[in-house]
Design a protein around this ligand. Sequence first.
Ligand code: NAD
Ligand code: MLT
Length: 316
Amino acid sequence: MVLTLRRVLITDEIAQQCIDILKRNGIEVVKNTALAKNKGQLLNEIKEFDGLVVRSGTKVSADIINAGSRLQIIGRAGTGVDNIDCEAATRKGVIVMNTPGGNTMSAAEHTCAMMCAMTRHIPQGTESMRAGRWDRKKYMGSELYGKTLAIIGLGRIGREVASRMQSFGMTTIGYDPLVSAEESAEFKIEWMELEKIWPLADYVTVHVPLIPPTKNLISEKVFNIAKKGVRIINVARGGIVDESALLEALNNGQCGGAALDVFLEEPPTNKDLIAHPLCISTPHLGASTVEAQTRVAEEIAQQFVDAAEGKELIGA
Ligand code: NAD
Ligand code: MLT
């Protein structure tokens, strides 16, 4: 299939390389990030474009797709396509593409950094020193060495997290319905059913897409059977960890710490969770590195160019 891409609209902050590649290939580009927060205007503007490039800020709902009378392709400069109504796009014959892999290393490194920072109370220590205090006793940490890390979702990011945390001396166990025990063993991850995982894990990190079976995967029921003091890391998607259950578990001591990069609503509305002394958080920064953003910008632009030249497509 060959697409006729004359005009492409970009509505989220994307590295300049995306614009440069599209323009070099004769495609007119309009970047207007204000449209991500102005649905009425986006509904109007989208009519004028053959392609749309977004990150996670723009909600590409069915009405936006249907309003795009000449829209042929939507590109997500990143991994998750949960902000795009892919069913509506398919119904209308609009191609949805992502750039899986472009931000894997950055998301994996961010996960490991959050795990270390949470365990040694680095954000809280920094905050206390900024406030002029010298609290050496208050922030007693623990070692990662010898602890068990459960990785739920053994895809690109889960595997990279495993190898990094193994170098800290952690034992890695995990679950993924599409990965066999033999394949997991190749990454030194012991595959287990979820019910076996919960009572064993000192840390649980999730690296799954947000889909009906993973919604509230970490729930009150899980906290009830997990090790007391289990720590939770979510650099995947808000909604995989039940935020109310997490707050309750932090309050009653069943959860010993949480490191969150993603939230049910972004920016988050559960202020008590963010303010909890045992919760550290970042504003969806998993893929926010120069390297990852350059990669995903170049990849999505090149995929658009390839589509316009009738080359093989990479779908979401
Ligand atoms: P991936 O597709 O490589 O891996 C996801 C894995 O989850 C797959 O192996 C799949 O089989 C598995 N899975 C699906 N359903 C499952 C279930 N019910 N239980 C256990 N495993 C299940 O994806 P990835 O590139 O590793 O990305 C993982 C997540 O991280 C995605 O949600 C993505 O959107 C998110 N992400 C976030 C950031 C960020 O900035 N915070 C950056 C990149 C990716
Ligand atoms: C992704 O799914 O790739 C992440 O949300 C990263 C991002 O685009 O910020």
